[in-house]
Design a protein around this ligand. Sequence first.
Ligand code: SAH
Ligand code: SF4
Length: 354
Amino acid sequence: MDIRELRGCSEDELIEICKEISLKRFRASQLFQWVQQKAVRTWEEMKNIGGRDRQTLCSRLSFYPLEKVREQRSKDGTRKYLFRLNDGETIECVLMDYARTGSRDRHTVCVSTQVGCAVGCAFCATGLEGFRRNLSVAEIVGQVLDITYYVRREDPDFLVTNIVFMGMGEPLLNYDQVLQAILLLNHRQGQNIGMRRMTISTCGVVPRIIQLAKDNPQVGLAVSLHTARDEVRNDLIPMNRRYPLGRLMAACREYTQITHRRITFEVALTAGNVKQEEAEALARLLKGQFGHVNLIPVNPVAGTGMERPDPELMRRFARVLEDAGISVSSREERGAEIDAACGQLRQQWEGELK
Ligand code: SAH
Ligand code: SF4
């Protein structure tokens, strides 16, 4: 018989399963709430579902919470988790904005979508490791649920308010699972996180950008641009050879036409590219595009040879863009001292095991 992952099931799927095993329809709603809203990690915690019914449900539904291997906390409140999946693979997940004064109600989780990544960007710890596998819907949603579970043990009222798909992996190369996870996280009887509070980050998978605009025009989009020059981008992000900047920017224009949403363009600055001519090239590329540029100092990853930029040069870089009429912000680095760049914790942990 077909066994489904409990955390990846929609309420309708649970209703269907309950029907098949002759359980009352309301059991499905109870089950959905225990899992998706209360974030329980065991069948035993589902107090209003009797032992017999739980056993019947077990025959059709698998339930694998993520195992917390490591948790690191930085002074700014960022928490980084290393979770082990049922098959032994590990993924990272970061909670940001936790208990920061001024934004006390914003708790953002940075979620992984794949184990490893096939794109292989030159600056990225995940890319260096290569691709292992896609995450299931249950594993994507599970990161938010398990973080909620662990934080609630200290702070019972804790709620995740924002999600960014900026952890390990390329979300648009695990498209169906990511979209299904978004629907579950958005569900009113679940985490109830607004569509507009979730952002998918992509290195530029052109056909999927357009498909996303049509399938879910509410969810936010961030594009990892990093440079305005194809010859540089080809080396940084190998995907650029398949979808060069001309095609990427055309897809971005189409995306905005359909969704009327502003795209965030991520630009990681290094000691090597924080230059006036780079900024000017970016300003030309983004002219007329409804977007916002987010400048991030690169997080140096062992083996990539990238170095952090000088903060004053970063400010100058931002000014060139502002003077060209482009909206720009500089992301202050979060959790740098806990290796919060994508894939670094896993890299460090696997290194220790070797
Ligand atoms: N694959 C998607 C989402 C995951 S990566 C993407 O590439 O957009 C999330 C973000 O982290 C991307 O903008 C990526 O370029 C950036 N990133 C990866 N390694 C980094 C590093 N060492 N320093 C700064 N940003 C990094
Ligand atoms: Fe993959 Fe994104 Fe890392 Fe590039 S930056 S290797 S696309 S996870």
